[in-house]
Ligand binder design. Sequence first.
Ligand SMILES: Nc1ncnc2c1ncn2[C@@H]1O[C@H](COP(=O)(O)OP(=O)(O)OP(=O)(O)O)[C@@H](O)[C@H]1O
Length: 773
Amino acid sequence: MVDVPTDARDAVASESSELASERAYVDVLYARLDALREEKAAQLARVRRTGAIGSLQNQSERDAYATMHEDRLAQLNAVEERLVFGRLDLDAPHAGADADEADDDGVGTTRYIGRIGMTDAEQRRLMIDWRAPEAGSFYQATAFERHGVRRRRHLILKGREVVHLEDDVLDESLLDEVEVHQGEGALLAALTQRRTGRMGDIVSTIQAEQDRIIRSEMKSVLVVQGGPGTGKTAVALHRAAYLLYEHRERLKSAGVLLVGPSQAFMRYIERVLPSLGETGVVMSSIGELMPGVDARAEASAEVARLKGDLRMADVVKRAVANRQRLLAEDRRVVVEGTALTLTQRQVKRARDKARATGKPHNEARSTFVKILVRELAEQLQETLEESSGGGNKADRSYLVEDVRSADDVRLALNLCWMPVTAQHLISQLLSRPEHLVAAAPHLSAAETLALLRPADAPFTEADVPLLDEAAELLGELDSASDRAQSDAQRKRDVELAEASVQATDEMLAENGQDGLVTAEAVLQLNAASGPTTTAAERARADRTWAYGHVVVDEAQELSPMQWRLLMRRCPMKSFTVVGDIAQASSAASTTSWAAALDPFVGDRFRLEELTVNYRTPTQIAEAAARVAQSAGLRVSTPRAVREGQWPPVVERVDPADLLASIRAALPEEVALADGGLVAVIAPRELVDDVWGAAVELFGRRVGSGSGGVEQDIVVTTAHQSKGLEFDVVFLIEPQAMVEEADGGLGDLYVAMTRATQRLRVLAASGVPEGLEA
Ligand SMILES: Nc1ncnc2c1ncn2[C@@H]1O[C@H](COP(=O)(O)OP(=O)(O)OP(=O)(O)O)[C@@H](O)[C@H]1O
């Protein structure tokens, strides 16, 4: 940035003509936005008015138009706030340049940069979308590399009015010609704003190193490593918006998936993409990636590690194969009063043939059933012919149906090859010792014991990849042949299946084994997927959806099995992966990007690093780095952009006084936050007590865990605070946090680096090394 002469700076003081002219221009932009909204609303109303009559094709065309207009209208509504934020004054256009770009004062070319591109009614350009190539210099230009930029101006708006201008003059000769406006800088102003509990976009102040990453090419895997607060999440979100703009055609139907660590985090970031004019990105926490399952965090680090191991893919494979059983002995089945024999050999041959189709379990089942039904029907025909003296060769094609619908046959076939859902398979695998032992011979007795849990236990984030693996191997329960059956037949099937479940369960229980399927699983045969509208909704509901690009935040936390699941979601392997290896805290997480990605893409990934910390003031960032380094953790130590008002405060208290000390200190912190957000981050074992203490003091102002960001005082664990930020962090019992993580520093490091202004630590059982200067 160049020095600005004092007289030029003085010009800011008065209501300048520049400000007035910017206000006039911004009025034009908002008037145009209003006109476009009205136009779109009218188009939408017209499409809707065309009535419900018409052919199916007309109706679906009308729906498609309506969705298109709705999307555009939603986009126009979402960009209201800070519609325009930048202006570029460029070198005079060379001969033959676009006449639209000539500025009226003749100084050169002027471009306004905003959330979307806009033209006037005559198609003259009014404002450029920040993602367009011509807007790139707004973010990239420096005094050394001007990219033709003479002046970069930030327009700071309140509502629809320009309240302030911030100029970067890159061409010093301009200083003699124009009025220059300067203040604390748009970036610093953005960074010192009070936090709201919702992430905002950074579109007006994206920094050059961030912009390069946002705009880098889409193909293959891009890993963005960066210390706390370096803008990884912001970059990931802006990159998703950029890719959708730049590759709209390719991504329109396949879509983009954005994955984050928790529902709280997804809520924290959910407004950013709409404010960038993008509503179609599918956002999902890692626990929501299996449609129909809402998984919670895995409480045990050991269990998360075991389930995250890639060997679990083989375990699930074996669990599925074990559901394709052979008969212990030949079996008698009765069809319409005639006794037939289903032999062990027949079942084995049918199983081998069904497996040889290569289809998933539930789909291959129809081959298995078809073979055996046909063979039993032949047996039945022979028996009937024999009993009628051999001469009666009447057409007996109906026998196949008789065999298929005979209760005995259905029970026998279900016993050998029962249709099963992923949920059922995995909950049985994890609750029945004999299932687990048979499928996971590599586990020690202690490990097997650690994995076992009650059959009705809720699924966890570590289960999601197992469910996905199972779903992949099981295929659709509702196979094509099932679908072809009439409703009546299907109803009968469900009833029969229920009866057979019961019978099978009883029979197996007698033998000391468990049932194969629940009535709930069988009833899912009837579950029809409801109507969906947008591509994003369809994608979210469809486990097998192949996305065009996947953005993963806090990626250091992913276990190998979770990576495997994500790779399946994007067969093109087009990924943006952002994270910080040093912040890894889950037991299954990775220790290096190369180790995490090697099983899936080898060394075919690009690594970029972000080096500036925009969140945490220097003093807090240094304390966090000291703690990590004292424990031998290698951390990226990004340069903090600003000094804080307060150094971190560390207080030692007697364990017996811990809660009383919290009660005494919390009001002070809330007062210092001055209306900003306060997080009380505590070890898991203390979080309920701490929450109780906070509620006693502040009642409904206190939120907890994932619901917390709605309130201005949040009591949470380090794990839940991942990716979030608060004006003040009040950290309870750092040593217990380390111990809970089996000595890992990741959680404490994360908790300390959530603060944007102030960090206070209350320690009753020791202070981890490095925390105090
Ligand atoms: N260029 C920028 N302009 C304004 N604010 C920025 C910029 N870059 C980052 N920030 C702000 O800095 C804060 C930290 O950014 P973000 O949460 O993306 O960092 P992160 O690297 O994901 O952090 P962590 O890994 O610690 O969770 C956010 O408030 C973000 O809005």
